[in-house]
Write a protein that binds this ligand. Structure first.
Ligand SMILES: [Zn+2]
Length: 233
């Protein structure tokens, strides 16, 4: 049954990929990256472009009751145009060369939001081992390593996916949170107690995945936790 489910997941991933190849991005694919500017939620970073620019911080409706295990999440760009194309190409179309500009966007976002603080390490969101084997790499690890080299911060690949989760892209919002509960655990040999850690991923959607990572790190005694992604939807 597990094998069947894995095969179905794999087939769906290929389906998404083939669909993208058959219907290349519409004219918006080459649209310039759209930066996320204030106003955005001080906790999850969700932008509210329709709001007037304001000086005081605020929480969005999702964050008022949400239990977050990280202090804040920031993303540099909207998941659209060139950014979306590069992310999809990197993950699903074998376009490893996209790593260069994705890393540039991530470093730029780090400089904008995180450079004022001291980080003990960057922690990439891990892939389940089967998915990592299929893809050949973990995009979050590649991105974190590139950022780490650029800004002289060590990368700790200290988490692993304890159980396989369904692709978040295919789930409703509530189910995404259920899907990720307890999905991550600490690897042996890492001591994160009291450390200030920046969790790194390519895209943030609901935040369920990075929150599950932050929960595992919190349970292991980590100090301050924050999240950095290139983009968010
Ligand atoms: Zn929020």
């Amino acid at each position: 049954m597990a094998l069947l489910s894995s095969s179905l997941d794999c087939a769906r991933d290929w389906g998404e990929c083939l669909l993208n190849l058959a219907f290349p991005w519409p004219e918006s694919a080459e649209a310039d990256p759209v930066r996320i500017e204030k106003p955005y939620c001080q906790q999850c970073g969700e932008p509210f472009p329709a709001m007037e620019k304001q000086s005081h911080d605020f929480l969005c409706y999702n964050c008022v009751d949400q239990k977050w295990y990280f202090q804040w999440a920031r993303a540099g760009y909207r998941t659209e145009g060139q950014v979306l194309e590069a992310v999809i190409g990197f993950k699903y179309r074998d376009e490893y060369y996209q790593l260069g500009r994705l890393t540039e966007w991530l470093v730029e976002t780090f400089d904008q939001h995180c450079a004022q603080e001291k980080w003990d390490a960057l922690v990439p969101v891990p892939l389940f081992h089967r998915r990592r084997r299929e893809r050949g790499f973990n995009q979050a690890y590649e991105l974190a390593s590139g950022l780490g080299k650029a800004r002289k911060i060590t990368t700790w690949d200290c988490l692993y996916r304890y159980r396989e989760t369904q692709s978040q892209a295919r789930l409703e919002r509530i189910t995404r949170w259920e899907n990720m509960k307890g999905a991550f655990k600490m690897k042996a040999g890492f001591d994160v107690r009291g450390k200030n850690l920046l969790i790194v991923d390519d895209v943030l959607t609901t935040g369920a995945t990075v929150n599950a990572c932050a929960q595992a790190l919190t349970q292991a005694g980590a100090g301050r936790l924050a999240v950095l992604t290139i983009a968010r939807s």
